[in-house]
Design a protein around this ligand. Structure first.
Ligand SMILES: [Zn+2]
Length: 421
């Protein structure tokens, strides 16, 4: 279905769009209370809005919170074939600088060490990222050493835009109705807070995963726990049998948690407690954790363990009080997606159609897709093709973006053949 001519077109479209989008400064900011968290995200939102209009899409709209929406009506689709939503985020992670990104194309990559002109100390090689060896002889794109690249998730944007351009350019490609939505503030966990769900169809896909072929249908079940330790402050010269030092007790409490259940000691399907902050003095101390597991029961056990420790510490130090505040942050999207298996089945087929091997994976985190799934729109996450996200070594192969777009073209065709209910 996808011819060589189409592939050349897609190669140019993805490359040019990607190089253009990464140069727009869109770092989000956790400290900011507004949506978008940074005004600069409008620069990319308006650029995309203009490009969607140029492509002739319908219902193109950039709202006051920098969400960009557009619709591509169905072509040669079965009667009542379901529409699908394609979602990518425009912001980049505040973990690394994202201003003045200078993308560099490393043509004919030799399989060895890649150097960065703006930081001679920094190198990228298969030691950092074994996947590099799959792309020998190809073109790799990195930043220049001072910033992240922003393939997370501007590769997703470029692939979706290139798919739309291809659908418009080649009328022989069938597709159901496609609705796109580009979001701000995904990296700070607020990508869907102002999203107008009415504009999205039932089935959606985020284009925000890593290696070509990956499809993610599972994410963490996520909790936050804040503990406040209230001690008893007394003049230290006369404190015998009276003082309870809140900060010292908090330290002993931390030491009582299993060291091996921390992010630095866990991988794959293992869950953890992650101490995100600790502050205090002898009268008051505060410790905050995020608690993660793929299974709700695993997190329930961890929260129960905190409660048991609290009781033990309060009886060990009479007069001490420990306040616990737990909050559910997001849930594993697996159970909802399982009820709607077509979303995953057709994505798996589309990945195969694009000549890739589909790999079902779990996200050790959350995405816009996990929030959307929770809000009633089953949203698996498809690969966008980048690696080493949120770092100055972030990289992507140009061929991965071509595969990303091809996967979307096949996905559109698969859904177009799907009979309506
Ligand atoms: Zn992302």
């Amino acid at each position: 279905m996808v011819t060589e001519t189409m592939r050349d077109f897609i190669r140019n479209e993805t490359r040019e769009r990607f190089l253009r989008y990464v140069q727009v400064y869109t770092t989000s900011d956790e400290e900011s209370p507004t949506t978008p968290s940074t005004e600069r995200q409008f620069d990319l939102a308006r650029m995309l809005e203009g490009e969607l209009r140029e492509l002739g899409l319908k219902e193109v709209h950039c709202d006051e919170h920098a969400y960009v929406y557009a619709t591509l009506p169905a072509r040669d689709a079965a009667e009542g074939a379901p529409a699908i939503g394609l979602v990518s985020h425009m912001d980049t992670s505040p973990d690394q600088p994202g201003e003045n990104v200078k993308p560099i194309r490393h043509e004919d990559y030799d399989g060895g060490v890649i150097r960065f002109p703006d930081d001679p100390e920094l190198t990228l090689s298969p030691d950092d990222s074994p996947e590099l060896t799959c792309f020998e002889g190809e073109t790799i794109i990195t930043a220049s050493g001072k910033t992240l690249l922003g393939a997370d998730d501007k590769a997703g944007l470029a692939e979706i835009m290139a798919a739309l351009a291809a659908w418009q350019r080649f009328p022989e490609l069938p597709h159901g109705e496609i609705r796109v939505c580009f979001t701000p503030d995904e990296e700070i966990g607020r990508g869907t807070v102002k999203l107008d769900l009415e504009r999205l169809p039932f089935y959606c896909y985020t284009m925000d995963g890593e290696a070509p072929g990956d499809i993610e249908t599972e994410c963490f079940d996520a909790w936050r726990a804040d503990l406040v330790f209230k001690g008893i402050g007394v003049h230290p010269g006369y404190a015998k049998d009276k003082m309870i030092n809140a900060a010292a007790v908090a330290g002993r409490f931390l030491a009582a948690l299993p060291e091996w259940e921390a992010p630095e000691h866990t991988a794959d399907r293992e869950g953890f407690y992650h101490l995100v902050s600790l502050e205090g003095n002898f009268e008051n101390a505060k410790a905050s954790w995020i608690i993660r597991d793929f299974e709700e029961a695993g997190n329930a056990r961890r929260i129960e363990h905190l409660k048991t420790l609290i009781r033990a510490f309060e009886s060990r130090y009479p007069g001490l009080s420990i306040e616990l505040n737990v909050r559910h942050q997001y849930q594993n999207m697996r159970d909802i997606i399982r009820e709607h298996p077509r979303a995953v089945e057709l994505a798996v087929k589309a990945i195969e159609d694009a000549g890739l091997e589909p790999r079902l994976k779990s996200i050790r985190g959350g995405t816009d897709g996990s929030a959307l799934t929770q809000k009633g729109h089953p949203t698996p996450n498809l690969f966008a093709g980048g690696f080493l996200f949120h770092s100055r070594k972030e990289w992507i192969a140009e061929s991965s973006m071509v595969k990303g777009t091809e996967t979307l073209l096949h996905l559109g065709a698969r859904w177009a053949r799907e009979p309506g209910k």
